[in-house]
Design a protein around this ligand. Structure first.
Ligand code: AMP
Ligand code: GLY
Length: 427
């Protein structure tokens, strides 16, 4: 099979390296890809959001399957456009991708179908939003732009001033354009966070191994929010009992709700969960694989990913046993100095072999380019170094040992990935 993957970050590299393990795969393509991906797949320079361009590329390459990985093309309808031309695809159509594309849609869906989530109100004008904030007078409070906002659309306001500022920025100053013309003000939830990605063909849902993201830039969860500085899997807070509760109260109800709304969801549905004292609640849905969750989850998958993707396309996921390695994985993200604010590119990366890898680890490239047989930095998050081992402790040790073998000027990474999970395990 020839497979085209749309996207160009660490998540896409993890998908591609997993697809490369399949005996069914003869050729891999990626657009736009990156330096590390180019060692596994032929890369093209069509942007991931360019629907017309990607359809044209597919017509030229004639792939047997197109995997659309990032949120924006899914929300914009890339899968619809590819299917209209007869291509097999992996990923939801636009009418289902709205579960991530509109926070108001997802909150209303959860309310209508009694899926546990934080209490909320929707606002379209700042005066009413500010009145509501003053009347609630409860902090922190959570302010979310309705639409996609490059992962920056959620503000946890610590006091009235921050809340008012967030509302004004979003609605009046159109910080995220149309995406923040409408906002959600939501109850602040506390508890351990768990990411659960799932495979679904719209009728059957198969949760993947759970994981834990580390979103802040610096050790001890200090510094700014980022796209994710590291992950571990499985997440020790996510017990078998909680998994069952989530299946009956959240996962199945969500796909049934989407089906009932005439918005059958197929692909990877991501549940961002908060394990509160009142049980698990949804803090967000994503219509795609998480980044960097994918970098710890897919290495644990035993079943052929191509078989899973085809079963989802054919609506036969119920007949496919999906199995996992009984191991642990850890991913440490190596970022450019200054990320997530301001950073420089084009730093030479040392320590990688000609495939961009290091022995005994998976080095997923997020922001690199490959020029004159060298890897150079080309983004804020540069590499995600994943190790798999029998225990979380060993996986972490191995990931950090590999990190030490790699170097580029001004690199920075967190030193405490997985520490909270280790403490949870020790009780
Ligand atoms: P997002 O940008 O949607 O990934 O959200 C960013 C982060 O905001 C989440 O991972 C949570 O840590 C936090 N968050 C979102 N909603 C809530 C909430 N209702 N209560 C507490 N934290 C939240
Ligand atoms: N790691 C969070 C996300 O992919 O949205």
């Amino acid at each position: 099979m020839k497979i085209l993957v749309v996207g160009g970050g660490g998540r896409e590299h993890a998908i591609i390296m997993k697809l490369a393990e399949s005996p069914k795969v003869t050729e891999l393509y990626c657009t736009p890809g990156n330096g590390g991906i180019s060692r596994y797949a032929k890369c093209f320079d069509v942007k991931a959001t360019d629907i017309v361009g990607v359809v044209a590329l597919a017509k030229q390459l004639q792939p047997d399957l197109v995997v659309v990985a990032p949120d924006d093309p899914l929300v914009l309808g890339m899968v619809d456009a590819l299917q209209a031309e007869g291509f097999k695809t992996f990923g939801p159509k636009a009418n289902a991708a709205i579960i991530e594309g509109s926070k108001i849609f997802s909150k209303e869906l959860m309310k209508k179908y009694h899926i546990p989530t934080g209490a909320y109100e929707v606002f379209t004008d700042s005066a009413s939003a500010i009145d509501y904030i003053k009347q609630q007078n409860s902090y922190p409070t959570v302010i979310k732009a309705d639409g996609l906002a490059l992962g920056k659309g959620v503000i946890l306001a610590k006091n009235e001033q921050e809340a008012i500022e967030a509302v004004t920025e979003m609605i009046d100053n159109k910080k995220f354009g149309e995406s923040s013309a409408r906002i959600v003000i939501e109850e602040f939830l506390t508890g351990p966070e768990v990411s659960v990605l799932s495979f679904t063909d719209g009728k059957t849902i198969i949760p993947m191994i759970s994981s834990m993201d580390h979103k802040r830039a610096l050790d001890n969860d200090e510094g700014l929010n980022t796209g994710g500085m590291g992950t571990i899997a499985p997440n020790p807070y996510y017990t078998e009992e909680i998994a069952q509760e989530c299946m009956t109260k959240i996962f199945k109800p969500t796909i049934q709700a989407m089906e009932q709304e005439g918005r059958t969801f197929t692909g990877c549905l991501y549940f961002g969960l908060m394990l509160t004292e009142q049980g698990a609640k949804v803090i967000e849905y994503n219509c795609r694989f998480g980044d960097p969750e994918t970098q710890v989850v897919l290495p644990l998958l035993d079943t052929d990913l191509v078989d899973i993707m085809l079963a989802i396309y054919n609506g036969t996921l119920a007949e496919l046993p999906v199995t996992w390695k009984n191991q642990n994985s850890a991913c440490v993200v190596m970022a450019s100095g200054g990320y997530p604010v301001k950073y420089e590119n084009n730093k030479l990366i040392s320590g990688l072999d000609e495939k961009g890898q290091v022995k005994n680890a998976f080095v997923y490239h997020a922001g690199t380019k490959f020029e004159e047989n060298q890897f150079l930095t080309a983004g804020g998050r540069v590499l995600g170094v994943t190790a798999v081992a029998d225990t979380l402790e060993k996986a972490l040790t191995q990931a950090y040992q590999t990190v030490k073998e790699i170097n580029f000027e001004k690199m920075h990474y967190r030193h405490d990935i997985g520490q909270r999970a280790l403490r949870a395990k020790q009780g």
